[in-house]
Write a protein that binds this ligand. Structure first.
Ligand code: AMP
Length: 184
């Protein structure tokens, strides 16, 4: 089994002072490591009816997982990007708030969905995505992340839904929301 942490680069003080940005581009540039990360994520949950991937780095892993399982890929996008009728959820950032959308016809009631992103920090983004899924009366089977930053309350924000990550890093010396708002 490959040590995937070798393919994650820490970028201190990006996008602003005090944030250690987890850069996944070394993983993206290594086809074998990227394929292994998708395979290992897929082993963590049962096959869903659809994959909901969070803009934008979640699209990478979400696409891989949707192809792996042979199920639809549903993008959760920032406000204003989806052309059709949408449902919306607002969530808090360190400064202010943001909005995510799904196409209103993207999921059918009762479908079992896995929500995918590259990284779990405070959990605000993933929790908002779960609320979007629930607005469409679909069901969240669980969450998959490549990376979890522990100590920021992310898991608690996701409630009872199972959450799995291939790599975990403890955040030290930052405020409770210190690693968040790093942008997507
Ligand atoms: P949160 O909503 O606080 O769980 O933040 C998660 C989202 O912000 C994910 O889409 C990540 O891509 C991004 N993010 C937050 N913190 C970082 C970080 N330290 N490095 C890279 N991305 C981050």
């Amino acid at each position: 089994m490959t040590d995937l942490s070798r393919f994650i680069r820490d970028v201190p003080d990006f996008p602003r002072k005090g944030i250690i940005f987890k850069d996944i581009t070394p993983l993206l540039s290594d086809p074998a490591a990227l394929a292994e990360s998708i395979r290992r994520l897929a082993e963590r949950v049962e096959k869903p009816d659809a994959v909901v991937a969070i803009e934008s780095r979640g699209f990478v892993f979400g696409t891989g997982l949707a192809l792996h399982w042979g199920v639809p890929l549903v993008p959760a996008r920032k406000f204003g990007k989806l052309p059709g009728k949408t449902v919306r959820e607002v969530y808090s950032l360190e400064y202010g708030e943001d909005t995510l959308e799904l196409h209103a016809d993207a999921l059918k009631p009762g479908q079992r969905v896995v929500v995918v992103d590259d990284l779990l920090a405070t959990g605000g983004t993933a929790a908002a995505t779960a609320r979007l899924v629930e607005q469409l009366e679909a069901r969240v089977l669980g969450f998959l992340f490549l990376i979890e930053l522990t100590g920021l309350g992310g898991r608690q924000a996701l409630g009872a839904h199972p959450a799995e990550a291939l790599l975990a890093y403890e955040v030290v010396g930052e405020g409770p929301r210190g690693a968040s708002a790093a942008g997507r």
